[in-house]
Design a protein around this ligand. Structure first.
Ligand code: NAD
Ligand code: FES
Length: 274
């Protein structure tokens, strides 16, 4: 079986959006879940969080950044091309309930997986305050979509080219310091952002959820590649997560495991033949 690419476009430097025809995956998808795709029989499997899905039209949207050999190859694909595998939805859906006011934070490419959660939290009756950030305004993705889906949108850029001059965590702190009564914060983005956010929100005692992105292979709990430490216990992000209580995650272990194959990854990128 193969999966047709209905639409492929570049939405920021080195960031691409792809709508893939996968009716069964689209029908079963829920916010917070991910897919694992393979370009062809010889390709590696890569996990990507679902950025949107349309059960009626039968497609799933993914957004990815060119990082290594496979994502660079994926970036070259065009409308009507086909992917060999598109397995999902995988992982436990986000625990979306009516809690009152929630803050949804997306950093860089992490804005993509936050988007379906913004819609789901709003549909569940919450007041949704979204905070999105990127290194500069050109790297800011889904700004209009996030504005439409949220009750309030705050923007931050590291270089000050749009919105608050600084990190998304500065903006979240400002909101927590205001009178707003926040029930939950969800943060998705680079591990360093999730680590810093967890440390920042802890003194406020606000429940904070992160979506972890360790190395994954099978995505079904069989290989142990995605193991993370949460509250001193080993968890498999692909089946026990990807969402966990940020205040219990061992981010240093996550970051050191993510760096394990860095030299092989760059060698592979240079050789283009692994
Ligand atoms: P980036 O490095 O450009 O950072 C994006 C934003 O995160 C920054 O603009 C800033 O607001 C915040 N940030 C970064 N460092 C921070 C710090 N030290 N303190 C506070 N805030 C900080 O992000 P990028 O290059 O778009 O992200 C790529 C990374 O995101 C990759 O590692 C990718 O694997 C990860 N990612 C994770 C998920 C997930 O599901 N967890 C999804 C998509 C991408
Ligand atoms: Fe293999 Fe999670 S990816 S156990």
């Amino acid at each position: 079986m193969s999966y047709k690419i209905l639409e492929k476009k570049q939405i920021a430097p080195q960031v691409h959006l792809m709508k893939v025809l996968a009716p069964d995956v689209a029908k079963a998808s829920k916010a917070g879940q991910f897919i694992i795709l393979r370009i062809d029989e010889t390709s590696e499997r890569i996990p990507l969080t679902i950025a949107d899905f349309d059960a009626e039209q039968g497609y799933v949207t993914i957004i990815f950044q060119e990082m290594g050999k496979t994502t660079k190859q994926l970036a070259k694909m065009k409308d009507e091309d086909e992917l060999q595998d598109f397995a999902g939805p995988l992982g436990t859906p986000a625990d979306v309930r009516d809690l009152g006011t929630v803050i949804l934070v997306g950093g860089g490419v992490g804005i993509a997986p936050v988007y379906p959660q913004v819609k789901a939290y709003r549909e569940a009756g919450n007041k949704v305050i979204s905070v999105i950030g990127a290194r500069n305004k050109d790297l800011l993705i889904l700004e209009d979509e996030m504005r439409d889906a949220s009750d309030e949108l705050h923007v931050a850029t590291d270089d000050g080219s749009k919105g608050h001059h600084g990190f998304v965590t500065d903006v979240v702190k400002q909101i927590l310091d205001s009178s707003e009564d926040v029930a939950r914060i969800v943060v998705i983005g680079p591990p360093i952002l999730m680590k810093v956010a967890a440390g920042m929100t802890q003194p406020y005692g606000v429940e904070t959820i992160v979506s972890l992105n360790p190395i994954m292979i099978d995505g079904t709990g069989m290989c142990g590649g995605c193991r993370v430490s949460v509250g001193g216990e080993t968890k498999f992000a692909c089946v026990d997560g990807p969402e966990f209580d940020a205040h219990k995650v061992d981010f240093n272990l996550l970051m050191s495991r993510l760096a394990l194959y860095r030299s092989e990854e760059s060698e592979c990128l240079q050789n283009h033949e692994c």
